[in-house]
Design a protein around this ligand. Structure first.
Ligand SMILES: Cc1cc2nc3c(=O)[nH]c(=O)nc-3n(C[C@H](O)[C@H](O)[C@H](O)COP(=O)(O)OP(=O)(O)OC[C@H]3O[C@@H](n4cnc5c(N)ncnc54)[C@H](O)[C@@H]3O)c2cc1C
Length: 434
């Protein structure tokens, strides 16, 4: 690896956020020196792993070479950030190489902690224990659905923050539909959604609707159930149950299929750095979550003026999604340039995020919201409703938009509908009701 000693704008992490913000920076400034540190030679469209598991697209459609998706004249440093030293405007790479910057954008994503669940790493990808939170196991999930002959299918969601809060449920709904379509399997199947959370979604209107959809599919929902151990060969999943008003207990559930969403956290290299949220007095460091501590509207670090975050690694109090990245990227890019040119920052990010919830192979609820924790609608319709057009978007529209518009810094399509928003409101089209 040959890496420079200094770059004007350094982006740590070349995933969805890193690539998108690099494209916006290139669009806004054709001559700016930009470098990205990214260890992987590939970039994955992670939202597509749900479609792989459902058998709608092959896994190859979700992957491209990293170099092919970077904007022109952005240097790719194929390495890994091993440490942040923001007091000296520097990062440390593999092999001790030190790289300094004028402005840093942190885009390292979120860490998946498979080994935090006892026995999971050993069972994953075998014994009908699977997950859409990985490219290889997304394909295995499809295999598990096809091989399933009835019994108990368990789907989990951990206690931690996760990326795409709707994904644990969408895969359950796709499984349900697949089992219903195959003769005998649906009637012989019990579907359980075991979540460590107290509700199905943090936005009340969507959560209520999700409860209704799960009931329609005869899926049993168990709250406060946190997966702590898996025994793949024996087909047993053990949960720590912490129901309010009851003492903590362990519950073991036998399964014929187990879909796991692992606990997640801030990447350790971030959590251990001065960029992480400072724990409150007397609190252990882990309690603060370890995310890069940024202003929720400008994405600038609250203590280091020349540091920004984008995507899952940031402390933005909203859902961690690619949809959020899309809205953050133009704001972050404009603010990076504002810092370089000594201008005021744009506080333009309003917390927009979206977790489109697939409920069958012809229906999706868009699940859009912002910092107000109320539903919003880019499409000028009631967002708390399953729709066929949203399924077409999820299946065909979003993958194309991701590769051809989002990663290339093209404005959000919903912008074209903005002029009609007032009219839609007056006509009551956007009023949401379950
Ligand atoms: C199954 C699934 C379904 C999803 N569905 C949706 C959906 O429907 N809608 C939606 O909007 N979002 C969805 N998401 C979430 C979306 O993919 C993420 O929120 C998005 O990718 C976040 O972008 P990011 O740049 O923060 O992280 P990532 O895209 O994960 O990128 C992080 C990058 O940092 C790199 N990196 C890590 N450590 C280092 C290091 N030390 N040094 C340098 N580089 C490093 C990684 O290699 C990676 O390339 C889904 C995700 C999954 C897994």
């Amino acid at each position: 690896m040959t890496a420079p000693a200094h770059v004007r704008v350094l982006i740590a992490g070349g995933g969805t956020g890193g690539i998108t913000v690099a494209s916006w920076l290139r669009k806004l400034s054709s001559r700016l020196e930009i470098a990205i540190v990214e260890p992987s030679p590939f970039h994955d469209y992670q939202s597509g792993w749900v479609l792989v598991a459902g058998g709608f697209i092959p896994p190859e459609d979700t992957r491209r070479a990293e170099r092919d998706v970077l904007p022109p004249e952005v240097e790719l440093i194929q390495s890994k950030v091993m440490g942040f030293d923001p007091h000296h405007n520097a990062v440390e790479l593999i092999g001790g190489h030190r790289l300094t910057y004028d402005v840093l954008v942190v885009a390292l994503g979120i860490e998946l902690n498979w080994s935090a669940v006892q026995g999971l790493a050993e069972s994953l990808g075998r014994h009908q224990v699977t997950s859409i939170y990985g490219r290889r196991t997304a394909s295995y999930t499809h295999h598990c659905f096809e091989a399933f002959r009835g019994g108990t299918a368990v789907f989990t969601q951990p206690a931690t923050a996760i990326k795409c809060g709707g994904a644990p449920q969408k895969i359950m709904h796709l499984a349900h539909q697949r089992f219903e379509q195959r003769s005998g399997v649906g009637v012989n199947t019990r579907t359980l959604f075991c979540t460590a959370q107290a509700s199905l979604f943090p936005v009340r209107a969507y959560s209520d609707k999700m409860v209704e959809i799960a009931a329609r599919h005869h899926s049993e929902v168990r709250y406060h159930h946190d997966l702590v151990a898996v025994d793949g060969p024996a087909g047993l999943a053990t949960f720590r149950v912490r129901e309010p008003g009851h003492s903590e207990r362990l519950e073991t559930i036998p399964f014929e299929l187990l879909h796991v969403v692992p606990p997640m956290s801030a990447p350790p290299v971030v959590a251990a750095s001065p960029l992480a949220i400072q724990p409150a007095e007397g609190e252990p460091a882990a309690a603060s979550g370890g995310w890069v501590e940024v202003d929720p509207h400008t994405a600038r670090h609250v203590r280091f003026d020349n540091v920004f975050a984008i995507g899952d690694v940031g402390s933005f109090p909203t859902a961690k999604t690619a949809a959020a990245v899309r809205m953050q990227a133009p704001v972050v890019a404009a603010n990076v340039l504002a810092v370089l040119e000594g201008r005021h920052l744009d506080p333009g990010y309003d917390g927009y995020s979206a977790c489109p919830l697939i409920t069958s192979d012809h229906a999706v609820m868009m699940v859009e919201f912002d910092y107000s924790k109320q539903p919003v609608s880019s499409f000028l319709v009631n967002p708390v409703k399953e729709r066929w057009f949203a399924w077409l978007l999820e299946r065909f529209g979003f993958p194309w938009i991701y590769w051809n518009r989002m990663l290339k810094a093209q404005p959000h399509e919903a912008g074209y509908l903005k002029p009609f928003e007032g009219l839609a409101r007056r006509l009551g089209l956007m009023r949401w009701q379950a």
